[in-house]
Design a protein around this ligand. Structure first.
Ligand code: ZN
Length: 87
């Protein structure tokens, strides 16, 4: 039995409302969103989320778009999507 009360920190603000599963999902997402990420330009881990999909690097002072809650996930791999072969 996994008794993981993992990372409910940011979600404690909801008190007893909305249910455990939903809150745990939100907690995971919010934790990801608050992490600092590696900058795709200067490779320093200085990127913070400003708003949904908007990220700012404190090192090179660039603001750029990314995913809503993460930046670098697939940021380089996504660029080359293989075309589906049509027969
Ligand atoms: Zn940077």
């Amino acid at each position: 039995m996994s008794n993981d009360q993992q990372s409910l920190g940011s979600v404690k603000r909801f008190g007893t409302r909305y249910g455990k599963t939903v809150k745990q999902r939100l907690a995971t997402i919010e934790e990801k969103a608050r992490q600092t990420y590696k900058c795709p330009y200067c490779r320093y881990e200085k990127v913070n989320r400003q708003a949904t999909g908007i990220w700012h690097c404190e090192k090179c002072d660039r603001t750029f778009t990314g995913k809503a809650y993460t930046v670098h996930e697939d940021i380089t791999e996504d660029e080359e999507e293989p075309d589906e072969a049509e027969t």
